[in-house]
Design a binder for this molecule. Structure first.
Ligand code: GLN
Ligand code: ZN
Length: 760
């Protein structure tokens, strides 16, 4: 019998129950018991759904009140000393302090989980790290799972991935020094799981999909030898890419099974089939855990059948990775376009697909004929739908020429024309686009949605917000203004709503971190722009001021990266289509007299493939898409881009190749360290290193910002520097934003005085 299991089920709840319970608890409205009850209920519901779908092995450890990596830190007892917490008696309040910080303790850092939009909390390790006195509550869900399941599995991130993803404050510290104590802590956990009667432990080791130096492969051998025979059998879970490049090293590990991502790398199945040690289980990740399309069940069966014939019961089947990355139920989502809804499989639909595959393998296809026929019908309706293919878009794609990605003149010529046109002072000041999304703005949007106000009233409300933002920026004395993005609840959803080829879900929520969820749009068809998307707001804003008004767009790579995309064409083809649509908007803004246009690409970096060997190809099409969107304008129009992260070193050539006239980046928290990289690389164009950390409500002083600018001018010529915050201000409040921006303008003025004095 081919056994079915999951690497993980979405924990947030079909109606975001966990989010709301957390927020009630944090606000003090309810006691911890209510939060814990919600958690228990959600776990029970999620297991019931799996049981109802006939999933054979139930998994514990995929649920968390904030993040499983944080749970693991608590379980291993490696709470950073700076929190002063007792690792043996970590309270719920302490737990949330680690995640969210408080006035005394900044939280653990949070970062994106590989190439997903999920954020995990980063372990902080160093020479003084101890793995002692881990929490007891970790095992509660394990007991619950054990009491209902014939076969229970506990899932946790494996030791080497844990060590790799940790952050060491001392860059000189060799984290592999912690391997032994870390492994001992894991061994204790495994022993404990064994005594609880757990049959399997799933150790997630996605770093195996990356390239690894020999010492790291050796670390795998050492750690897993120490863990073998400690209790449950070990399923080594790999995903987000193939692991064939490490196959030989992996096959020597003393584990009892491996999970493979056959969606990202189907070809590795054949290789592993030959290599598989004779006692191992092979868990085939045959259903896409990262996307929302129904599976081509016949293709999956064709791939799995020979393996099943060869290894029989040792074949397990599963989604490619945890279902954390997809919404819970398409069937229960009333907000989806019905035609498109028939093409989709969210987590619950994937459970059913899994069972169809297992039954087909065990009992023959005849017993699932109707399910297979239903899948065929959905696939052919998707293929044939006139809403998917747009001949006009296809024709445009075919007509893309290299010239369309080239500005008319090189940067040095363009910038001369732009300086003449805008006559900005040295150290020009600007912001990243959004101003605070006040309760009033959100209220107006909600009222429009429930039809309490009409479109006209809503637009009038937005116009008055724009006017307020413009007046405020003039008063503060900023040089290049923005309209404030009041009309945008979200920088991707706003455009997805207006572009053909995109659709929205009603309840397709996916956890981004903690209680925060996102509702990614779905790209189902060829993308085009039926009408202008931002021109009205930008033109209105420009009409209110003499100063240059910056137009504000989300870039093609970010729109792609933060959506569920088609699986019936290459990502880069979809990126080109989106780029052409944004190009139309760029051209329209220019025609309407907007002289500076910012195309945000905060997601370029997170789209990087796991394997460095694949970076070049990705960056090439990402840069191509950006240039295709931007290069339609004349030399006098200034293109900006914005990225909010601070690790650029690896990708600077690509960033430069985007050829934006100016780039704004996040730097205030890293104290401009990364500017050294820009300087060293000789980044050729203008650059706005953020001097105001918008992630904190703190108002930075003029002196602080001057100090940051001082370190900037030490490495970048003053003529090429802009002065701006790290990122958009939508999550902040006006009471902090106004004084912070006033200080920012004062800092720029002080720099100007200094430089004017120097020039005399
Ligand atoms: N223009 C967007 C804003 O200001 C940029 C957001 C982002 O970088 N994530 O909100
Ligand atoms: Zn940003």
């Amino acid at each position: 019998m081919a056994l079915t299991h999951l690497l993980g089920y979405p924990r947030i709840g079909a109606r975001r129950e966990l989010k709301f319970a957390l927020e009630r608890f944090w606000s003090g409205a309810v006691a911890a018991t209510e939060l814990l009850d919600t958690g228990r209920r959600l776990r029970a519901t999620h297991w019931s759904r799996q049981e109802a779908a006939g999933i054979d092995i139930l998994t514990a450890g995929d649920f968390s009140y904030y993040d499983p990596m944080l749970d693991l830190i608590a379980l291993l007892g490696c709470i950073p000393a700076r929190f002063g917490a007792d690792a043996g008696a970590l309270s719920l309040a302490d737990y949330f302090t680690l995640a969210r910080g408080n006035d005394r303790h900044p939280p653990l850092e949070m970062t994106k989980w590989f190439d997903t939009n999920y954020h995990y909390l980063v372990p902080e390790l160093g020479a003084d790290t101890r793995f002692e006195g881990g929490v007891e509550w970790y095992f509660d869900p394990v007991r619950e799972c054990r009491s209902r399941a014939r076969t229970a599995k506990a899932a946790l991130v494996g030791p080497i991935t844990f060590l790799r993803l940790a952050k060491c404050l001392d860059p000189e510290f060799d984290r592999l020094q912690l391997l032994e104590p870390l492994t001992r802590a894991y061994a204790r956990v495994l022993e404990r799981l064994g005594t609880l009667g757990v049959g399997w432990v799933q150790l997630d080791e996605p770093v195996l999909a990356t390239e690894l130096a020999p010492e790291w492969l050796a670390a795998y051998a050492r750690a897993y030898s120490a863990l073998s025979g400690r209790g449950p059998r070990i399923l080594l879970a790999t995903y987000f890419g193939g692991v064939g490049h490490h196959a030989e090293a992996i096959a020597r590990l003393p584990v009892q099974g491996i999970h493979l991502d056959l969606v990202r790398d189907p070809a590795q199945l054949a290789a592993w089939h030959k290599l598989l040690p004779p006692t191992w289980v092979l868990s085939a990740g045959a259903i896409d855990g990262r996307n929302i399309w129904r599976t081509d069940l016949r293709a999956a069966l064709a791939r799995l059948r020979p393996v099943h014939e060869a290894i029989g019961d040792r074949l397990w089947i599963a989604p490619s990775c945890s279902l954390l990355h997809v919404p819970v139920s398409a069937a229960q989502d009333a907000g989806i376009d019905p035609e498109i809804g028939a093409w989709l499989a969210f987590a619950d639909e994937k459970l059913a697909e899994l069972k169809v595959l297992a039954r087909a393998l065990d009992q023959g296809e005849a017993c699932v004929r109707s399910e297979l026929e239903a899948a065929d019908a959905a696939a052919s309706s998707r293929r044939a739908s006139p809403r998917v293919a747009d001949p006009a878009v296809r024709a445009r794609m075919a007509a893309v020429t290299p010239a369309m990605t080239e500005r008319k003149s090189p940067f040095e010529q363009r910038i001369r024309l732009q300086r003449e046109r805008f006559r900005l002072p040295l150290f020009p000041t600007t912001t990243i686009g959004s101003f605070p999304q006040t309760a009033q703005i959100r209220g107006a949007r909600a009222a429009l949605k429930r039809e309490a106000i009409d479109t006209e009233a809503y637009q009038a409300a937005m116009r008055s917000e724009i006017e307020h933002a413009v007046r405020c920026q003039e008063r503060i004395g900023l040089d290049v203004l923005v309209h404030g993005e009041a009309e945008r609840g979200d920088m991707v959803e706003y455009f997805a709503d207006k572009l053909a080829g995109f659709t929205a879900t009603g309840d397709g929520w996916v956890q981004s971190y903690g209680s925060r969820c996102v509702k990614p749009p779905i790209v189902f068809g060829d993308v085009s722009r039926p009408a202008a998307m931002t021109v009205e707001e930008s033109v209105y804003a420009q009409s209110l001021t003499e100063r240059p008004m910056k137009g504000m767009l989300t870039g093609p790579v970010t729109l792609l990266q933060w959506s569920f995309v088609r699986d019936d064409q290459a990502r880069e083809a979809t990126a080109v289509q989106i780029a052409l649509a944004i190009r139309d908007e760029v051209a329209a803004l220019e025609r309407a007299g907007i002289g500076i246009i910012q195309i945000d690409e905060p997601a370029i970096r997170e789209g990087l493939p796991l394997k460095r060997a694949d970076w070049g190809a990705y960056l090439a099409w990402a840069v191509h898409s950006f240039r295709l969107a931007a290069a339609v304008v004349g030399d006098e129009t200034q293109i900006h881009t914005h990225m909010c992260y601070s690790e650029f070193r690896d990708i600077l050539p690509a960033i430069a190749a985007m050829d934006a006239d100016a780039i704004t980046i996040e730097t205030s928290r890293s104290h401009m360290d990364l500017l050294a990289d820009f300087a060293h690389f000789r980044y050729p164009n203008e650059i706005g290193p953020g001097v105001y950390d918008i992630h904190s409500p703190r108002v930075p002083s003029v002196d602080e910002m001057v100090a940051l600018l001082d370190s900037a001018v030490a490495v970048i010529p003053a003529q090429r520097l802009w002065v701006n915050p790290d990122c958009g201000l939508k999550t902040r409040g006006w009471p902090e934003v106004e004084p912070a921006l006033a200080n920012l303008v004062a800092a720029a003025r002080r720099m100007r005085e200094r430089f004017a004095a120097r020039q005399d």
